[in-house]
Design a protein around this ligand. Structure first.
Ligand SMILES: Nc1ncnc2c1ncn2[C@@H]1O[C@H](COP(=O)(O)OP(=O)(O)O)[C@@H](O)[C@H]1O
Ligand SMILES: [Mg+2]
Length: 352
């Protein structure tokens, strides 16, 4: 596609922080009115790309355009056309939701009356009317994200950036956020959204770009990425480590690709295409015939981890999150599967 029809164009962008090479030659192209899901684990470089595209950070090399304007040379023109949300940074906690939105409207030089109407309209659209006149610091996590998203829309941006809009939200707030984002997209806004969750990119994005260690490692639609995994994933644990090899041998014929064995957790996962419960039954029979005892047999949709495994041959190795660095060790952010169940145990293999 020629540059004319593109809302976002990124060409061979590099960015380092001291010795950390955060971006190592990234290319992206997002046609107007489309949704790009930038998918990758913690530390992959997602926020760095968003900060460059929103003029908060200069690239070391390469070129980035938003609505045809260069993010370095025409930063003001870019700023007038974009909105950024995700980390609730635009919200002042002491002010009410309504005051937050009205002040932002004034920052955009909207006349007082227009700013007030716009705030009211957004509060209604984001289901915040009841809480509108309470200080934002009293809002729940989901409400804060909705207010932050509303704030990013006050200036009626042509291109919207959402940096991990649902990370840390409970499943219900997450689904509510998805509904809101879908409505936005239906109105024609171009959206670049970052996420650690394949299911979120699947739900919202037309096109997905997978990044890791500052490089694009795969791109395509959700269906194309899942095809690379080989369909649904069957997963179980073998409590007796001596039986791991026998278990792999028993289920290997059912798998679309080589079964993955995590020796630490003694968990085996295999891609079983779209055979559903038939594959489940076959696996149980084969394992039983081989005399292998298993635990926690589940069938699930492919996750980001599975895509990584299929694309790179190794599991996604995430940096410790800021939370973990601060000493709150423990589970990684939950990888939430399609049915909303927590499957964060599979995140263990991502720790190095
Ligand atoms: N201001 C900074 N100073 C030093 N390193 C940074 C800074 N911002 C990001 N990084 C590093 O750059 C890499 C990419 O970070 P980031 O873009 O935040 O990843 P993501 O958003 O995908 O989690 C990581 O290694 C991160 O630690
Ligand atoms: Mg980030």
């Amino acid at each position: 596609m020629d540059e004319e029809g593109l809302a976002i164009l990124v060409e061979d962008v590099h960015k380092s922080f001291g010795s950390v090479r955060a971006l190592r030659g990234v290319d992206l192209a997002v046609p107007r009115g489309r949704v790009l899901g930038l998918l990758g684990p913690n530390g992959a470089g997602k926020t760095t790309i968003v900060r460059i595209l929103t003029t908060l950070l200069r690239p070391d090399a390469g070129r980035a355009l938003v609505e045809g304007h260069d993010v370095v040379r025409e930063a003001d023109a870019v700023r007038r056309r974009i909105g950024l949300a995700g980390q609730a940074t635009a919200i002042q906690p002491e002010l009410t939701g309504r005051e937050n939105l009205e002040i932002i409207g004034r920052l955009y030089h909207l006349p007082r009356r227009v700013a007030r109407d716009r705030a009211a309209e957004l509060l209604a659209a984001f289901d915040l009317e009841e809480a509108a006149d309470r200080p934002a610091k009293t809002y729940s996590g989901g409400m804060t994200r909705r207010l932050d998203l509303a704030a990013s829309l006050v200036g009626e941006p042509k291109v919207l950036f959402l940096d991990e809009p649902t990370t840390g939200l409970d499943p219900r707030s997450r689904i509510a956020m998805w509904q809101i984002i879908k409505r936005l997209v239906a109105s024609g806004t171009t959206l670049l959204l970052t996420t650690q969750y394949l299911d979120e990119a699947d739900e919202l994005a037309d096109e997905i770009v997978v990044i890791d260690h500052g490089k694009v490692i795969a791109a395509g639609t959700a269906a194309e990425l899942k095809d690379r995994v080989g369909g649904d994933v069957l997963e179980f644990t073998v409590p007796d480590g001596q039986q791991l090899a026998a278990a792999v041998a028993a289920v290997a014929p059912l798998s679309e690709s080589e079964p993955h064995v995590d020796r630490e957790t003694q968990q085996i996962s295999l891609a079983v295409g779209s055979r559903g419960s038939a594959a489940l039954l076959e696996a149980v029979r084969a394992l039983d015939a081989a005399g292998v005892t298993i635990e926690g047999l589940v069938m699930r949709r492919p996750s980001l981890d599975d895509v990584f495994l299929a694309v790179t041959g190794h599991a996604a190795v995430a940096e410790p999150s800021a939370e973990e660095r601060r000493g709150r060790r423990g589970r990684r952010p939950a990888l939430v599967s399609d049915d909303g169940t927590d499957s964060s145990h599979s995140g263990d293999q991502r720790r190095n």
